[in-house]
Design a protein around this ligand. Structure first.
Ligand SMILES: Cc1cc2nc3c(=O)[nH]c(=O)nc-3n(C[C@H](O)[C@H](O)[C@H](O)COP(=O)(O)OP(=O)(O)OC[C@H]3O[C@@H](n4cnc5c(N)ncnc54)[C@H](O)[C@@H]3O)c2cc1C
Ligand code: SF4
Length: 802
């Protein structure tokens, strides 16, 4: 068997090996990688830096894959010499390895401009996983960072550092950002958007030196000005790694020169990826490298035929909420170029197309990139646009602005980043049983790059997999078109603490009565109450802390913990009811007292005179714990359900939840307070407590699932609060516990709460504790305390908890 040695365990080299494995004959393959990691998706390093993905989530080929394919993987070894005559490579570990065929896939290195002091501590590049980890270690709230370079990579690095809490300045040599992909106007729109996120952008600054004594303290420019910085990231471009090519005597210009078959000037040495130059072009994007890999695999395995004829350059900025796309040649200078343009500074939308000979030559989209796939199709297919001239920027009404997925030929590329065609996706669906987007990503890698093809992948799944429709996730609202899960991830990873900020960056800037309350809940929950509260984002009930009735009056329900009250409280309730002529005083089904028909103007006075906390009967929050009499008075009682109920209510009251939460505690399985049809129930047994969750006895009737059986009341309370916080963090807004438990399954709920590792449980408890610390009785906000016992704050959780 022939020996194939691959130098470079990166995206291009390994993708090419994957293609080679599909052909015959087979090789004995050895891959050398200087990095110590298996092949990973380098594109997603920006997502790792921004906290959207974990480092362990971006691996492309696990160790198992190398093993299964009989590949010898040599990690952490840099190949320093190639002897083309004796056909050997030498590693920096001293090893010498012979080859019959050599594949050079060494990629690029960051370009370091002539700046004094680049070796100082605190100066970074952003190319690989180790760089990213090093940056993550230093990036903390309040740390000042400068990113030199306002291109794709620099901007992604800058935003990543900013969401980690750094104060970031982007320094760029040119007079506009991303000048390779955008014209001056587009760059201006982008700058405005980046600044609206809180990043500083300095243009036309020529960085001369890194300041500081051994350690970065700032940067200084040719004009004498300077900026403070503890972290400096250099992201000004890349330089193909061609040294090995030179050592092997290959023809090298900027990159290692290859022909249309990906052959170098040596018959047994091939090259692929960012280290090569084809027709004078060195590509710095993944899609061209994958196309090259397919051609190379055919050539090296003796199936020479397919040619690499160059790729359309396209780029998309991967910063959540900053939509920028650019493809092809957007210059206006070439003879016969028509420019079609639209711009709206208020919306931050800029679109420009260049058309030559009736065909699309280039496209720039800023602020709205929905049509990028359509333009890519036109560019790749060199479509004659004569008939569509009136609809170049805006598709005709009713027309699908995306690709017509049904009419698309199988050879068309759906995922530009990973070079996955429609045919490959359909094959995966039919032959590998793929029927979800997650499976499609894993199987084909489609939609794992910049994410702009996700909609098309979903359309294909919908068209080919009959049951896919039901699985499709719903976006929260057209104002901010993300699923709730995604929104929680965005708010968390991008450190967004207000509804308005979320709407401005990721939505239409306005919001509506559907998305605003949901976003308001999410920021409250994610930041444990430490957020910028926007009362106008709440429902009317939440704004007035009372439940509006059909005649416009309100109902007032004070908190009566565990349904246990006192003569004094009852007297105050009666006094208030008489004084304010409350038309109806009603005992509710939840063991509370409801004052119905209260005028809005009387609300603050009533709260003050009642001297009881709000029962949150009007909001998506903790309602009550219904209890039975338990051991105190009932002859069947085996557990103290009244005390357990009061304690549970004290621990959770005043907190907001995705939907209302009703609870119950009973002293024996006779279940007099119906705990088994409550969102959370504690059911006393002889010597144990059962904690049950997800019950319902309203529009839907559902017996709660058993979460866990424990011995003591304290353990039962702990388990109930773990579930409570898990529900708060993971349920969709307006999803009751019974739908939530059914959706995620009780097994998963158990795994993630009562059976979760200690650290996970501690995390849930700590966040609950923080929320509780900042939670206030809503009625306290509306009135000065007038009654001595009014709004007495409950003891801090720590006192009663552990
Ligand atoms: C943060 C970031 C974001 C990006 N975003 C995008 C994007 O959105 N879209 C896009 O299309 N592209 C993007 N890119 C570019 C894309 O990742 C690269 O085009 C692609 O990874 C290049 O693949 P490659 O295999 O040629 O090089 P690499 O992936 O760099 O792999 C080369 C490997 O070879 C190793 N190596 C080098 N020399 C030796 C040697 N002598 N001995 C042993 N090993 C050696 C290197 O350590 C490296 O692991 C991004 C890049 C970065 C850094
Ligand atoms: S549930 Fe059991 S303990 Fe509670 S009141 Fe009913 S019978 Fe008594």
């Amino acid at each position: 068997m022939q020996k194939l040695v691959v130098v470079g365990n990166g995206m291009a080299g390994v993708a090419c090996v994957e293609q080679i494995l599909k052909h015959a004959p087979k090789f004995e393959i050895t891959i050398f990688g200087e990095e110590t990691h298996v092949n990973y998706n380098r594109i997603l390093l920006s997502a790792v830096l921004a906290g959207e993905k974990g480092a362990d989530e971006i691996a492309l080929n696990p160790l198992e894959w190398y093993r299964q394919n009989g590949i010898q993987l040599r990690l952490g070894i840099r190949i320093s010499e190639v002897d083309a005559a004796s056909k050997t490579v030498r590693g920096d570990d001293g090893s010498v390895t012979g080859f019959d065929k050599l594949l050079v896939a060494t990629g690029s290195s960051p370009l370091i401009p002539p700046i004094d002091g680049v070796q100082k501590e605190g100066v970074f590049v952003f190319r690989n996983l180790d760089d990213t980890r090093a940056l993550l270690q230093r990036a903390e709230r309040g740390v000042k960072a400068v990113v030199i370079g306002g291109g794709l990579l620099g901007l992604e690095a800058a935003r990543g550092l900013q969401v980690r809490g750094c104060e970031v300045t982007v320094v760029h040599l040119m007079d506009t950002l991303m000048e390779r992909q955008l014209d001056y106007t587009g760059g201006g729109f982008l700058k405005a958007k980046m600044e609206s996120l809180g990043l500083k952008v300095l243009l036309e600054r020529n960085t001369k030196a890194i300041l500081g004594n051994g350690k970065a303290e700032g940067v200084t420019f040719a004009d004498g000005q300077s900026v403070e910085a503890e972290i400096v990231v250099i992201a000004v471009g890349i330089r193909p790694n061609v040294e090995l090519g030179r050592k092997a005597g290959l023809r090298v210009n900027r990159g290692i020169v290859v022909n249309d078959y990906m052959e170098t000037s040596h018959p047994d040495i091939y090259a692929v990826g960012e280290c090569v130059e084809h027709n004078g072009i060195c590509y710095g994007l993944v899609a061209p490298l994958l196309e090259q890999g397919k051609v190379l695999a055919a050539t090296i395995t003796g199936n020479k035929g397919p040619r690499y004829e160059g790729s359309v350059m396209a780029a998309k900025l991967k910063i959540m909420g900053v939509d920028v796309f650019s493809a092809g040649d957007f210059s206006e200078k070439a003879l016969g170029t028509d420019v079609v343009r639209y711009e709206d500074p208020a919306l931050g939308v800029y679109k420009k197309l260049t058309v030559r000979d009736g065909k699309l030559a280039g496209a720039i989209l800023v602020g709205e990139t929905n049509d990028s796939a359509r333009y890519m199709e036109w560019l790749r297919g060199q479509t004659d646009l004569t008939a569509q001239r009136r609809q170049l920027l805006f598709p005709a009404p009713g027309e699908d602005s995306g690709l017509d997925i049904a009419e698309m030929p199988d050879t068309k590329v759906v995922c530009g980043c990973m070079g996955v065609t429609k045919g490959a996706i359909i094959e995966a669906i039919h032959q590998k049983g793929v029927n979800t987007l997650a499976q499609l990503k894993e199987c084909t890698r489609a939609s794992t790059g910049c994410g702009s093809c996700t909609e098309h992948c979903q359309q294909l799944l919908k068209a080919v997999v009959p049951e896919f429709e039901e699985e499709q996730e719903k976006v929260l609202c057209p104002c901010i078109p993300f699923t709730q899960e995604k929104l929680r991830e965005i708010l968390r990873s991008q450190r967004i603490r207000s509804v308005q900020e979320a709407l401005e960056i990721y939505g239409n800037g306005q919001g509506c009565e559907v998305c605003k309350p949901a976003l308001s809940y999410m920021v409250d929950m994610l930041w444990c109450g430490d957020h910028d509260e926007d009362r106008s984002a709440r429902f009317i009930n939440d704004r007035v802390h009372a439940n509006i009735q059909k005649d416009g009056t309100f109902s007032v329900v004070p908190r009566i913990r565990g349904g246990v009250t006192s003569a004094k409280e009852l007297r105050r309730i009666a006094d208030v009811a008489e004084k304010y002529r409350v038309p109806m005083v009603k005992i509710t089904g939840s063991q509370r007292i409801d004052l119905l028909g209260v005028k809005k103007a009387d609300l603050p006075k009533i709260w003050a005179e009642l001297g009881m906390p709000s029962g949150q009967a009007y909001t998506k929050g903790v309602r009550m714990v219904k209890t039975c009499v338990g051991t105190d008075f009932c002859r069947f009682g085996v557990q103290d359900s009244t005390r357990a109920g009061i304690e549970l209510e004290r621990r959770l009251e005043h907190l907001y939840t995705p939907h209302k939460v009703k609870m119950g505690a009973v002293g024996c399985p006779r279940n007099c307070a119906e705990a088994t049809v409550k969102d959370i129930g504690l059911v006393g047994q002889e010597g144990t407590w059962q904690v049950v969750v997800g019950g319902a006895a309203g529009k839907k009737v559902r017996k709660a699932d058993l979460l866990i059986t424990v011995e003591s009341m304290e353990e039962a309370l702990q388990a109930a609060t773990l579930f409570f916080q898990y529900y708060r963090e993971n349920a969709n807004y307006l999803e009751r516990t019974y739908d939530f438990v059914e959706r995620v399954s009780i097994e998963k709920v158990r795994r993630d709460t009562v059976y979760a590792p200690l650290a996970v449980q501690q995390g849930l408890r700590e966040r609950l504790r923080k929320s509780k610390r900042l939670a206030r009785d809503a009625w306290l906000e509306g009135a000065e305390p007038r009654h001595p016992t009014q709004f007495v704050q409950i003891e801090p959780l720590e006192k009663v908890y552990q």
